[in-house]
Write a new protein. Sequence first.
Length: 262
Amino acid sequence: MMWVFLIAVMLALVFAALLAYMYKLAKNDSLNEVVLTFEDFPSSDRISLFFISDVHRRIIGDTLVDAASGKVDFVLISGDLTEKGVPIERVRENLQKLKGLGPVYFIWGNNDYESDVRELDALFVELGVKVLADEGVIFETSDGGIINLLGIDYYEPEERSDGLMRVMEESIEGTFKILASHTPSIDVELRREDEIRLVLSGHTHGGQIRLFGLGPYRLGGIHYAGDTVVFTSNGYGTSGLPLRLGAKPEVHIIHLSRAPIE
């Protein structure tokens, strides 16, 4: 029976090594720069944003912030900045780091609502973080281009959201519209007449643990809903177990510019 024991030990060692790898991967700091071009982008300027989603329990790495310093015009947090049980001082530390990059905009995720909402709201006010809950803000570029950043409040993906209707009522017609939605499933509700050019989302963690390339959700990246670009992040933190496989954590600098004339 010695061979049975040896096989069991080998399997246990392989499993332990895999868990160690998954834990290490979950703590990885990866800053990816992406350029998105649009024929109708309203400016010859390039606009850049630091895009982060699903921080959960993590402390944002100084190396990420240092690498992005001086490269972005604003910061967008696409929900799940925190979760139940995360000390508010950790959230403060993360926000102060992000504030060093530029103005910070935030939309609510499901786990944010499981924290102390009043305490979190007070922190946003104290630090000057703008919360976009079914509302929008306007950016004007140096050459007069108008960009309308819209943020939708969290809603359960299996439900229809009234938030899209409300946020579109707040949008400015004829502007370049960017919609921040914690859940990428908002794409099924988009209408051509909404004229949303870009959706930025997170929530799914890219499946977080993928076996043989398969996971419960689509891996982060770009897909299209009609004429709309839907950009989904794998997220920075984890949900449940602090483990990842096949879906590394990520933070992005997204550069927006006008497509060159061919």
